[in-house]
Each structure stands twice: as structure tokens, then as C-alpha cells.
Design a protein around this ligand. Structure first.
Ligand code: HEC
Ligand code: HEC
Ligand code: HEC
Ligand code: HEC
Length: 183
């Protein structure tokens, strides 16, 4: 009986290790690594659209006096830019997640490409990127429909945000969407 139990335990541990290793392969590489291929007119200028959005500034916002006031009001006794309670929605790849970041990655770039598209170390190459199925298999987040996009936005645009009002998805998506031009 003990032997069977031990064997089961070992099999379980191995499975966990294998799964863990597969996940650990996908690392954050940072917007500057996506930029060279996603900045031209032909590609749809994703870099400019992002840079001009508030997402690119989401970390800097936490360094303002207003941010520290929000933090204080919530009983947080450190600067907002160092508080996990604030960083969780204003950046990606901080704290525990920092283990998943390559040297090129900078969490101070705020809400960046990989926040919404997944860590890019495995899907960033041209042959993978040109193939949707391969990109998804390599860790790129797939959005089945508009409802899935809206659900992703609402993981941050919700009442847990100290400045939350109401999130009008259609209007807000219009402000930041960045499609590849057709034709
Ligand atoms: C070596 C160039 C290159 C790099 C680096 C690159 N991409 Fe791409 N990416 C492309 C090309 C080419 C396409 C295909 C565009 C098209 O549909 O014509 C693409 C497509 C995409 C798509 C749409 C994929 C789909 O199938 O729906 C997303 C999202 C994307 N890239 C995000 C990123 C992100 C995020 C990064 C950085 C982590 C990145 N890319 C890095 C070249 C690149
Ligand atoms: C990881 C958290 C996160 C996710 C996911 C996210 N956002 Fe944001 N968004 C923010 C933060 C934080 C700000 C405020 C940044 C600032 O002001 O410095 C913001 C600001 C914005 C703004 C500017 C709002 C204004 O008042 O001008 C728009 C538009 C926006 N987001 C749209 C979206 C949409 C659409 C999605 C989904 C596709 C989305 N966001 C997903 C965190 C997120
Ligand atoms: C649940 C996600 C979330 C958390 C947690 C969060 N924020 Fe934000 N923050 C947002 C979003 C989204 C916005 C954009 C405006 C909105 O819809 O609330 C934003 C906007 C802001 C702004 C700009 C508001 C304005 O009116 O100019 C400040 C400042 C800010 N956050 C500070 C903080 C601080 C400080 C904390 C921690 C106490 C924090 N945030 C925690 C998501 C979050
Ligand atoms: C707030 C979330 C968010 C951020 C930040 C973001 N994207 Fe996207 N992006 C999306 C969503 C949602 C879509 C539409 C669904 C899809 O095609 O996967 C999309 C679509 C795309 C597409 C495909 C467009 C098409 O027409 O097929 C590319 C390419 C892309 N993003 C690249 C980038 C790059 C590069 C960055 C950073 C400079 C970036 N995105 C930042 C959410 C985001």
C-alpha cells in the first residue's frame, strides 16, 4: 500500500515539475522588443498608439502626490509606486512575476503589450508571429470574441480601482485599439 502511495506521489510530483517547466519558458521581454516589428504604418503603428495611451504612463502615475494620497486613504504606509496593492493593476512583471522577466523588460513601462498579449519570449519570432495557431501555442493570449476582450479589460477597470467610475467598454476600446490595416 505504502509503495503504491509513494509511486503515485512520485508520478504527481513529476507531472507538476514538467508542467512548471513548460510554463516557466514564457518570459516577459518588454515593449522595446516588440517595437521594431510593430511600429510601421503598414503594420498599424501599435507602438505609437500604445505610447500615446495612458497605459504607457500607468507606472509614472503611481509616483504622483495624488497616488500617494489614494494609498494613504487605503491605510497603505508606503509610497504607492512600491505598494503591491497599487502595482497589481498599474504594471506587469513586478514582485513574484519578476522571475519571469528578461533583462530587456522594464516594469516601469506600465501596462504594456505583454500585459494583454502574454509573455512574448517564445512567440516573438517572425515565423511564429505570422502563424496565429503557433503564436497561441507559444503563449500568446487568444481572444475569442469581443466579450473576452471586455472581460480582460475589467480585470483592472473595476471598483477595486480607487478612481473607478464606470467603464464603457466600447468607448474605451475605441481609444486604444490598434488593428493591422486590411489589404
Ligand atoms: C520579428 C518581428 C516581430 C516581433 C519581434 C513581434 N511581432 Fe508580433 N507580429 C509580427 C508579424 C509579422 C505579425 C503578423 C501581422 C499580420 O497579421 O499581418 C504579428 C502579429 C502579432 C499579433 C496578432 C497575432 C494574431 O495572430 O492574432 C499580436 C497580438 C502581436 N503580433 C503582438 C506582439 C507582441 C506583444 C510582441 C512582443 C512581445 C511582438 N508581437 C513581437 C511580427 C513581430
Ligand atoms: C493590467 C491592468 C489593465 C488592463 C488589463 C487594462 N487597463 Fe486600461 N488602464 C489601466 C490603468 C492603470 C489605467 C490608468 C493609467 C494612468 O492614468 O496612468 C488605464 C487607463 C485606460 C484608459 C484611459 C482612460 C482615460 O480616462 O482616459 C483607457 C481608454 C483604457 N485604459 C482602456 C482599456 C481597455 C479597452 C482595456 C482592455 C482591452 C484595458 N484598458 C485593459 C489598467 C489596465
Ligand atoms: C483593480 C485595478 C487597480 C488598482 C488595484 C489600482 N488602480 Fe489605479 N487605476 C486603475 C485604472 C483602471 C485607472 C484608470 C481610471 C479608472 O477607471 O479608475 C487607474 C487610475 C489611477 C490614477 C489616475 C486617476 C486620475 O483621476 O487621474 C491614480 C492616481 C491611481 N490609479 C492610483 C492608484 C493607487 C495609489 C493605487 C493603490 C492604492 C491604485 N491606483 C490601485 C486601476 C487600478
Ligand atoms: C490593454 C490591452 C492591450 C495592450 C496594452 C496592447 N494590446 Fe494589442 N491587442 C489587444 C487586444 C484586445 C487585441 C484584439 C484581439 C486580438 O487580436 O488578439 C489586440 C490586437 C493586437 C494586434 C493584432 C491586430 C489585428 O488586426 O490583427 C497586434 C499586432 C497587437 N495587438 C500588438 C500590440 C503591441 C505591439 C502592443 C504594445 C506596443 C500592444 N498590442 C498593446 C490588447 C492590447
Amino acid at each position: 500500500m505504502t509503495n503504491t502511495f509513494l509511486r503515485l506521489m512520485t508520478a504527481g510530483t513529476l507531472l507538476c515539475l514538467v508542467a512548471g517547466t513548460a510554463l516557466a519558458q514564457n518570459k516577459y521581454i518588454g515593449t522595446k522588443m516588440c517595437a521594431p516589428c510593430h511600429r510601421t504604418e503598414k503594420q498599424g503603428k501599435q507602438l505609437d498608439i500604445w505610447k500615446n495611451s495612458k497605459h504607457a504612463n500607468a507606472y509614472n502615475t503611481l509616483t504622483t502626490a495624488k497616488a500617494n494620497e489614494f494609498a494613504k486613504a487605503r491605510g497603505i504606509d508606503k509610497p504607492a509606486a512600491e505598494a503591491t496593492e497599487c502595482l497589481q493593476c498599474h504594471v506587469v512583471g513586478y514582485g513574484e512575476d519578476a522571475k519571469l522577466a528578461e533583462k530587456t523588460f522594464d516594469y516601469k513601462d506600465g501596462v504594456q503589450c505583454e500585459t494583454c498579449h502574454g509573455p512574448g519570449s517564445a512567440y516573438k519570432t517572425l515565423p511564429v508571429m505570422k502563424d496565429h495557431a503557433k503564436s497561441v501555442a507559444a503563449g500568446m493570449t487568444e481572444y475569442k470574441d469581443e466579450a473576452a476582450i471586455e472581460a480582460q479589460c475589467r480585470t483592472c477597470h473595476n471598483e477595486k480601482s480607487p478612481s473607478y467610475k464606470e467603464f464603457d467598454f466600447k468607448k474605451q476600446w475605441e481609444k486604444i485599439k490598434h488593428p493591422v490595416p486590411k489589404g
